[in-house]
Design a protein around this ligand. Structure first.
Ligand code: NAD
Ligand code: ZN
Length: 242
């Protein structure tokens, strides 16, 4: 395919490649995206569950949804797309991997410089005292309680309407601004501020390559768009780079 060669050539002639990934890269690992047809849980949309208001109204319901997602994520494996990105970092090509995903699959695939913009589903945080810890399986009692103060524990992820962790966002802005090429993979590019990071790359003269099975609001400004599954195309690009 011509686009594979084109992508490999662009990557090969760049000095500072950065990737931005979204739920689409984990779709082939069996983890539903928010906006795909498998994303619904019971009758709820993600936008009605992943909010501080939903948690305040019904922490148990929100936790039930997270337990469902944790079970799916816990039994999922990184796919060839995650692995190709980890190899690109190992080869010295990819400098940073900015992800909106909370599933931890990039690290499990071997990526090291991972910036998790929206947190990690395996970390919980107390809404009262701020105590936080990693967990390795879904809590047995829901909603779980804080072992320090008895307050409610919540997933330590960024919900709709909440600010992103400042340090992570600042580092993402640094990498996006410095990149001379950004791979934008499997994101619907509608969740801000993540969706604006490619604009920084573009504004500073960088190239954007989009890998997505459908169009996004970013498509018109991308230099190259590949309409293919990430897990299929990324290993082919890697092979072409050699
Ligand atoms: P999204 O659900 O809004 O969009 C997914 C995008 O991936 C779509 O544009 C779709 O066309 C594309 N896509 C689907 N399958 C693909 C494939 N195999 N290859 C390439 N592209 C594919 O996801 P988003 O943009 O990441 O934003 C949603 C929010 O949902 C984020 O904040 C994220 O934290 C959260 N989320 C995370 C996970 C996860 O951690 N795996 C899963 C669902 C949602
Ligand atoms: Zn507490």
């Amino acid at each position: 395919m011509e686009v594979i060669k084109e992508a490999a050539d662009l990557i090969g002639s760049s000095n500072f490649v950065v990737a931005l990934t979204g739920a689409g890269i984990s779709a082939e690992s069996g983890i539903p995206t928010f906006r795909g047809k498998n994303g619904l849980w019971r009758k709820y949309r993600a936008e009605d569950l992943a909010t501080p208001e939903a948690f305040a109204r019904n922490p148990r319901l929100v936790w039930e949804w997270y337990v469902w997602r944790m079970k799916i994520i816990g039994s999922a494996e990184p796919n060839p797309g995650h692995i190709a990105l980890a190899k690109m970092e190992e080869m010295g090509i990819l400098k940073a991997l900015i992800t909106q995903n909370v599933d931890g699959l990039h690290r499990r695939a071997g990526s090291r410089n991972v910036l998790e913009l929206h947190g990690n589903i395996w970390r919980v945080r107390c809404v009262d005292c701020g105590f936080s810890k990693m967990i390795s399986k879904p809590p047995e009692q829901i909603p779980p309680k804080c072992e320090e103060c008895g307050g409610l524990l919540r997933p330590d992820v960024v919900w709709f309407g909440e600010p992103l962790p400042k340090d992570v966002l600042n580092r993402a802005i640094y990498y996006a601004s410095r990149a001379d090429l950004m791979l934008v993979i499997g994101t619907s590019a509608v969740v801000q501020p993540a969706a604006s990071l490619p604009l920084l790359t573009k504004r500073n003269g960088g190239i954007l390559i989009e890998i997505n099975i459908s169009d996004t609001p970013l498509t018109p400004i991308c230099d190259l768009t590949i309409r293919e599954k990430a897990g299929v195309i990324l290993p082919k690009i890697l092979e072409e780079i050699g």
